[in-house]
Structure formats: structure tokens, C-alpha cells
Design a protein around this ligand. Sequence first.
Ligand SMILES: [Zn+2]
Length: 219
Amino acid sequence: MQAIIDGFLKFQREAFPQRSALFKQLATRHTPSTLFVTCSDSRVVPELLTQQEPGDLFVIRNAGNIVPSYGPEPGGVSASVEYAVAVLGVGDIVICGHSDCGAMTAIANCTCLDHLPAVANWLRHAESARVVNAARQHASAQACLDALVRENVIAQLANLKTHPAIALALEQGRLNLHGWVYDIESGGIAALDGPSQAFVPLAEYPHTCALAGKPRHAA
Ligand SMILES: [Zn+2]
């Protein structure tokens, strides 16, 4: 803990003064361009891997970068999604999974979660990814896990679309959805290409998009 407090003191001494104008500007308002949904994993740092500043990303993090489908009792993730789209007016949402994900490993290995009832319950929101991935052949346990991480990103994008605020923003053509998988060891990102449903290197295809919103009745 001392390292964290020392880090704060360093922030106050060095980083804050360098950005004092930015923080003054952000003191009473923020207009982030993007909602970034990713895992709580300590190795995934959204602002670092996208090189964004305070005020740029609205972030939701949880085990497995999960967005529960919209339902009769929407929870904290749903509220944050709704706020990001309907109030902050973000134009893009990224669902970002990652390599070596503990949540996805538990699902892929059918790890017994009897002693972790809250985790077991939470990971049910990834059930469609589990079922689809389990029905496929995989060359190795590693390949199975990598495929599940990708399938979960696809499943969470589908869950996202069940939210009324998302459906409306897509209908009105003011929202794009992105599905990414970040590789911790290489620092690379594979992005879901909507038309082909394939993951491609974002570095080679920087305009890759999972779903570009456009008015359904546009001429
Ligand atoms: Zn994870």
C-alpha cells in the first residue's frame, strides 16, 4: 500500500502540475468520446494502451468485461452504459477482452466455482459464448481459451445491443461498436471486423469496426 501512497504523492508533485490546465478545464464537466468496457485485470490499463488523457475515456471494468443484457432489474453496468450513451453522448463503445483472462479461463476449464457463488453467477452473462465455443473443435487448451475470449467479446456486443439507449443510438446513427482483444505479452490488439466477423490486427486495419450505427430507414 505504501507504494500506492507514494505514487499519489508523486502524482501530486509531478504529474498534476503538468496537467493543471487540463484538470481545471475538467473540474466541472467532461465529454469523453468513448465508453471503454474492459476486464478488471491489473494488466489491462485502458488509458495506457490507448494513450488517452483524463477526460477522454468513460470506463467500465469488471471480471470478464461483461455487459449483462438489459432486463427488468438493470444493475450498475446497465446504468453506466445508459448514462454514457444518453447523457454523455459517447460516439463509440469498445468491449475489450484480453489474453490470459482469469474469468474466461474459469469458464473454458469448467473450473468448479461452488466456493465463489458471486463469480459463478456473474459469469452466466457469458453463457452464450461458452456454449458456442464449447461446440467447436480446438487444437489445444490455449486455442480454446483464446477463442473463448474472442467469442465473449462478440457475446457482450450482442448483450450491449439489448439496451434501449444503445438500440436508439444505433438507430439514429450516432454510435459505433468495437470489439477488441488485447494481447498482454505482445501489446497487440485484434479487432472484430463486423462484415466478416473475423478478428484482424488493429495495427494493420485501424478502421476496423464491429458495428457502425446508421439510420435503418436512411435513403
Ligand atoms: Zn480478464
